[in-house]
Design a binder for this molecule. Sequence first.
Ligand code: ADP
Ligand code: MG
Ligand code: ZN
Length: 629
Amino acid sequence: MEDNDKRPRQSVILYLIIAIALLFALNSYIHPAGYQETQSVSYSQFLNMVDDNQVSKAQIDTSNNEITFVGKNNITYQATAFPDDSTLVQRLQDHNVDMSASIPNENSNLMTYMLLSYIIPLALIFFFGWLLNRRLRKSMGDTMDLSGSGGFGGGNLSRSSAREVKGQEVHTTFKDVAGQDEAKESLQEIVDFLRHPQKYAAIGARCPRGALLVGPPGTGKTLLARAVAGEAGVTFFQISGSEFVEMFVGRGAARVRDLFKEAKKKAPCIVFIDEIDAIGKRRDSSINSNDEREQTLNQLLSEMDGFDNQKGIVVLAATNRPEILDPALLRPGRFDRRIHVELPDLAGRKAILKLHANDVKMEPGIDLGVIARSTPGASGADLANIINEAALRAVRIGRSRVSQDDIQESVDVVIAGEKRKSTVLSEHEKQVVSYHEVGHAIVGAVQRKDAPVEKITIVPRTSGALGFTMQVDQGEHYLMTRKEMEEQIAVLCGGRAAEELIFHDMTNGASNDIEKATQIARAMVTQYGMTNDLGMVQLGRQTNRYLGGGEELVCSEGTQEKVDELVQKIVEQGHQSALKTLQENRFKLHEIARYLQKKETITGKEFMAMFTRDDGFAPKSVAAANPQS
Ligand code: ADP
Ligand code: MG
Ligand code: ZN
């Protein structure tokens, strides 16, 4: 920066002024009266004052024959005593003067005084200044671009604090991002532009200035942004939205300015603003609007208009709450491109698992396809975590390679939490949980034939689940019919239904099932228009789509009551259907539940073998539908 060498000097001056002011404040604190000059008087004058009762205190320095005394008027005087004046002590006593026998030598007195009131405070101030300075720099990122060295205090505060990575040092490329082909394709054009800006300039095309990566957390948005820089070989500035407004009021806008100033010098380059919703929130006129944030946003808007894009600056931003962004950010010329980075599908999950599996040592013949199938809804970060957890487990057990078991177990950990060894179920509780889980499994096996049971377990988990039944979709589903949703609800009701059927009672173990079933039923009514009573009308709006957010009803109160009624009806239908299925298969339910109670975990294959074994109780339809099992 041009003003690089001006800044430190400025701040030194500022700093000195502050130091001096502080010094005065401190000084008057330590010595309320200050260090007064003493007034010299003759010895006889001193004696006269004593006789007149005008002296309250006296200190006699016998080695120098000096008397320092304080008058009743609070003025300090000094006099040189006659040596060997033996009457002095008596005279002082007679007039009630407070005496001290020895008074510290004047020199050392001055020294102490100087030390106390100037040197120590000054040293302290410099020390704290240095500390503060260091902390500021640290909090602003170590690899920060500023060379601005010296300056004490606040000289560097307005720097952008972006982390800058030189082009050749970004090692992430598109190869490190598995799946997400559409996102990569959209970003490829930006890569091309950054590589050959003149090609675009020649034809007069304007390249997008900004692209917004939107998607749920952990899908690889940050990863993709880095990969663009890596592919293009350009400098990469990374800053998080919250960093703009983290520390001091009024700094956000200055930081944006500095960031873009720096970027213009390093062009072509990528400026990546992660979690942009922290500053890019819709400006509104509500009372609790945040001035600081708005100023920062305004600065960002004007910077994005301001740069001449022939040089090749591309601003990438990531968010998982696109709906709250200010519309001004999204208009053409700013973040006009929106790149969706969605949760990976089956093929994507497999690719991500494979990519991360390359980093760990695996036993040969591991089937990652099974893992991918059993993790619908998992993000890239979840999958990376599954592989890592598996590797950790292998180490814990003392193996040198990761086995299929390790991965399977870590899927359970990611889905349901660690096994909780401290929870010991009583035999009766185990029995209830067994019936509950087998209830789910049987309804699932009968009603949802495309999603075979993979595993049933009654080992308590740290998430609070006392057991779970895992059903795995065979293929990827993009559309779901009403019938499928109803079946799903029935399966969710299967646990409670089994409890009722066998024990004629219910437990609180079904709360999670109830929650999920209600969610599905509610969405059927309010969003998918799947009821005959209310028809195809939007009654609710999903909020916060990428963060698994809730739903906001957009209908009148009367309709809300109706919605509740219909939701109840749909769930109840599922409940009844589950009861019926279990009633029909109650012998199998008893048999398998007893087996599960003994074994604690059974595989889907074991379950299906028992369920379809032809002993006169096997359900005909299932046996026919699954001839292979
Ligand atoms: P986001 O920014 O979308 O929240 P990140 O980019 O920070 O997510 O991803 C977190 C981690 O998850 C990455 O470091 C990477 O290990 C893993 N990951 C996510 N998506 C992918 C993917 N598509 N391919 C490979 N790894 C991925
Ligand atoms: Mg991120
Ligand atoms: Zn359940």
